[in-house]
Design a protein. Structure first.
Length: 279
């Protein structure tokens, strides 16, 4: 795998002199700002001289600052692991909008690169064949369970989002052959979700998990649709995994609809379960 410029800056940071380290820290924290910034402005922000900026650029093999900025911009493609931009209390609304959109696009691109079609296909196959599907989640993932319930019911599937530990235990312990337990977990390490998977399988149900690969939950599931938890979890940053779990639900719904011959146009009204008056 090619090492991006941002990765190289991070790897070499501790070997730099203090002045260059300040430049590295600012480039790493706000790369999208730097690519639109003059050398004089970057020097001012980092409290360094212009020659320091030039030395910093040459350290990575670039002739000058403009060449460095061009390559930095290329490092901000969605697949770059360090393309994430942290949202800080000092950010204004314009930065919040830009960073949130960029981080979300990065997460979606990473999902497209990492997701295994065979896992989605096998998960869709089990769900389509299920006599009943219990959808489990806890914490911030509960919204994914409700989203899946809404969309699967539109396909005529018998399913229910099960929220709350007592309710989950009641259903997991009564699971039987023909049932499917669908679990959403960002980390795959939540003890409660692992216990639900084990209890469901003990009754004969099959378990499909949308979670991190090689996690405790993945190891007790029949099928795991692996979604890497690449997001960081600052208080003011939307969790990318939650967005990607929604996309996995959409993929499962579409795959099931096509296989079953259901009419399922890829339009928002098709997911509207309420007969509402429009104006």
């Amino acid at each position: 795998m090619t090492v991006s410029l941002l990765q190289r800056i991070l790897q070499e940071r501790d070997e730099m002199r203090p002045a260059e380290r300040r430049v590295a820290d600012h480039v790493g924290a706000a790369p999208s700002d730097v690519i639109h910034m003059s050398m004089a402005k970057l020097s001012e922000i980092c409290s360094v001289s212009d020659p320091t900026i030039v030395r910093f650029c040459r350290r990575f093999g670039f002739d000058g600052y403009q060449d460095f900025k061009l390559n930095l911009a290329q490092s901000l493609v969605p697949s770059a692991p360090f393309a994430y931009e942290q949202i800080t209390p000092q950010d204004g609304i314009e930065n919040i909008l830009r960073k949130t959109c960029r981080n979300s696009l990065n997460a979606i691109q990473r999902l497209a690169e990492d997701l295994r079609p065979d896992q989605v296909a096998e998960g869709a196959r089990l769900l389509r064949a299920a006599s009943w599907t219990g959808i489990y989640a806890t914490g911030i993932s509960e919204v994914n369970a409700l989203d899946a319930e809404h969309k699967f019911q539109r396909l005529g599937m018998r399913c229910q989002a099960l929220l709350g530990k007592q309710r989950q235990w009641m259903h997991a312990e009564s699971a039987r052959p023909g049932d499917v337990t669908l679990i959403f977990s960002q980390s795959g390490h939540t003890k409660q979700m692992v216990e639900m998977a084990i209890a469901s399988r003990a009754g004969g149900a099959r378990v499909v998990s949308v979670a991190a690969d090689d996690s405790p939950l993945a190891r007790v599931s029949d099928v795991v649709i692996a979604v890497l938890p690449y997001d960081r979890t600052e208080l003011m940053t939307p969790l990318a995994s939650r967005l990607n779990h929604h996309l996995v639900t959409n993929m499962l719904v579409t795959a099931i609809a096509i296989e079953s011959g259901s009419e399922f146009p890829d339009q928002l009204p098709a997911l509207d379960s309420w007969q509402t008056d429009k104006i």
